[in-house]
Ligand binder design. Sequence first.
Ligand SMILES: *Cc1c(COP(=O)(O)O)cnc(C)c1O
Length: 452
Amino acid sequence: MDLQHWLGRATHEIQNWADTYGAYDTHPSLLVDEDRFATAFGELTGRLKNNYPFFHPRYAGQMLKPPHPAAVVGYLTTMLINPNNHALDGGPATAAMEREAVARLAAMFGYDTHLGHLTTSGTIANLEALFVARELHPDRGIAYSADAHYTHGRMCRVLGLEGHPVPTDNRGRINLDALEELLRTGRIGTVVLTAGTTGLGAIDPVHLALPLARKYGARVHVDAAYGGFFTLLAGADGPEGLPPEPWRAIARCDSIVIDPHKHGLQPYGCGAVLFRDPEVGRFYLHDSPYTYFTSTDLHLGEISLECSRAGAAAAALWLTFQLLPPTPDGLGQVLAAGRRAALRWADLITASSRLELYQQPELDVVTYFPTVEPATLTAVNAASARVLTDGMTVPDPVFLSTLRADREAFGTRHPKVTADADGARILRSVLMKPESEHHVDDIHARVEALTG
Ligand SMILES: *Cc1c(COP(=O)(O)O)cnc(C)c1O
């Protein structure tokens, strides 16, 4: 895709449409001098160079990557009009696109009915799911694993709900015995299960936790903000295929959050929440004297906590799905490449005498640490920190991230490392760009060299 060509086409098409309304003069208060603009623009592009190269295969750190060119063109084209998806009065075309894109997400998870919408982020999407959880069970709390995203605990405080962290097992998944013990107290109204934890990519056993929750009358919300699109690899042939059971069980859970701005090739500002029962829309009912006037159809703002939202985000996702739909043959191929890259790197680390795998990657997150002698948490921590910093500052750089593992979590995986501290930082690489598949050997060699 020739981005320059399509961005030129975008300004042209939108200008043609604007011209049908007749010419008018821009107000003098808005006019800016070309030379002054050029100076300011130069300063902007200069300052933007203070960034990590998220687009490059040598960036193997956090969950960051640029959007697909289709999403960029979809977003920027639509932004020239700047519709607001709060109401059909603010953006009829993009509201329709949002509903179509959301329906595709619901179908991807196997929901046969749904009510859902895009949000600004996964955090807001989860807030909405917990808000509905509170409305349905006002007197009961929320259970989530100790490895769940930190915002669940925070949003419980926002909503005035009791949050209950549940211990994890030796692969970072919610401990079912501990969960059942908690459910037995009758204090839990909703269980949050994570399909792909942010730190390790661990997948809570949704198929086993769901019947447990039901037995005790609790609802189930699945936080698949990061991992959701990996459902496209459930039961797939080849090394990238994932055990299907937890993914298939999501279809029977009450709500789901997924972030198209993580694995859906979108720019930031695109999360989504889906409810299986459309009746929960009643909790959002509100009167607004200044919106909702051109249509009696459902406005997206009538089913979301946020008011203004970028119609451009919906257009970007819609356009991307026309080309790379959320199917195994479409977007699934993008995720498969990252997953194969993670597996390949895990093999290289396992065979290496300089690095050790923290745990086998569950999705596309690889966690590892330098081999140290004597093997203590303090030494692991220092060596990881050094590789991280040196990696970014040496010529021929490689960009990684770190994850803090506490003493217990580390000990269950690596009992031979002496626990002389509360925990240790280890190295973490999210291989979410499909190009990683062709560069893991190179990245591995760089990281190995950094341990020397
Ligand atoms: C990223 C993430 C979130 C938060 O989403 P944002 O879009 O960053 O607000 C919540 N849960 C999980 C599992 C995540 O990975």
